[in-house]
Design a protein around this ligand. Structure first.
Ligand SMILES: Nc1ncnc2c1ncn2[C@@H]1O[C@H](COP(=O)(O)OP(=O)(O)OP(=O)(O)O)[C@@H](O)[C@H]1O
Ligand SMILES: [Mg+2]
Length: 260
């Protein structure tokens, strides 16, 4: 990722102490995300990953710090005014609605005409390869299909930043690979900026322009996958990320060779 790219989001000195807690969930975290970038956040359980993106989208107020989007201070804006979408691990679909209705619902609450909502939904169903499933209810879909619906529903509101909180952690390995490709495709097609939380080093290394490695409440390193692998900032990054991923890349290469 070149540094002359436009900054989309700028996070400045963000801290969060939850009510009745004494420890910081995040402690003075600052970083930029470039326009169109795929940034992964990688770190152990409880280090503050979800807290960061909940603050970015406005679900949780920060204790201190600021967020700028396109140079505008959005720290105190309503969720609906931030132009961001979020995809969760558990899909959060409406179980009583069909696939089409799940997507249309998002559009109907957004002052669109019925016709526009219908047309946009049809386009999204096609782009996310969901046409065949449009009349099904979510409980009849696989996890990967449900997650595609959740992504389509998020895209319906035309966000320029999408936040993913471990969207694949409930899926099996082959579905994850498919959905990885789909998310990359969405990023290219819709030119969205993506922040993507994962526990999974392989996912982070295969999807990202840059990776933000976190240690509890802090950023340990931000860099491209190759920068992190070749120059880990400290022992923590080396042992948490680099040693693991090197082993995995070796075994992945072996699998790919077998497939050839
Ligand atoms: N609503 C809350 N009230 C109090 N403490 C919270 C709340 N949400 C999170 N925390 C605490 O803040 C810290 C960071 O939590 P967070 O959910 O951001 O971590 P995470 O990196 O997303 O973890 P995981 O990988 O397990 O999802 C943890 O210590 C957690 O227990
Ligand atoms: Mg989390």
């Amino acid at each position: 990722m070149k540094t002359n790219k436009k900054v989309k989001l700028s996070v400045k000195n963000l801290s969060k102490v939850y009510d009745n807690e004494s420890m910081n969930a995040i402690d003075d975290v600052s970083f930029d995300v470039y326009d169109g970038e795929f940034l992964s956040i990688l770190g152990p359980s409880g280090c503050g990953k979800s807290t960061i993106i909940k603050i970015l989208i406005g679900l949780v107020p920060p204790t201190s710090g600021q967020i700028f989007k396109d140079d505008q201070d959005i720290t105190n804006l309503k969720i609906s005014k931030r132009g961001m979408g979020m995809v969760f691990q558990n899909y959060a679909l409406f179980e009583n609605m069909t696939v089409r209705q799940n997507i249309e619902f998002a559009l109907k609450t957004n002052k669109n005409t019925k016709q526009t909502a219908k047309e946009v939904t049809s386009t999204l169903l096609e782009k996310m390869h969901l046409q065949e499933l449009e009349d099904k209810k979510p409980n009849l879909l696989s996890g990967g299909q449900q997650q595609r619906v959740a992504i389509a529903r998020t895209l319906a509101l035309n966000p320029d930043v999408i936040l993913f909180d471990e969207p694949m952690s409930a899926l099996d390995a082959s579905t994850r690979l498919e959905l990885c490709a789909e998310i990359k495709h969405v990023q290219k097609e819709f030119k969205t900026t993506i922040i993507y939380i994962t526990h999974d080093q392989e996912e982070a290394f295969s999807l990202s322009d840059r990776i933000m490695v976190m240690s509890p409440a802090k950023i340990a390193q931000i860099g491209t996958p190759s920068q992190i692998l070749s120059r880990p900032a400290n022992k923590y990054v080396k042992s948490f990320v680099c040693d693991n991923i090197s082993k995995k890349i070796d075994s992945l290469n072996k699998i790919m060779e077998k497939k050839k």
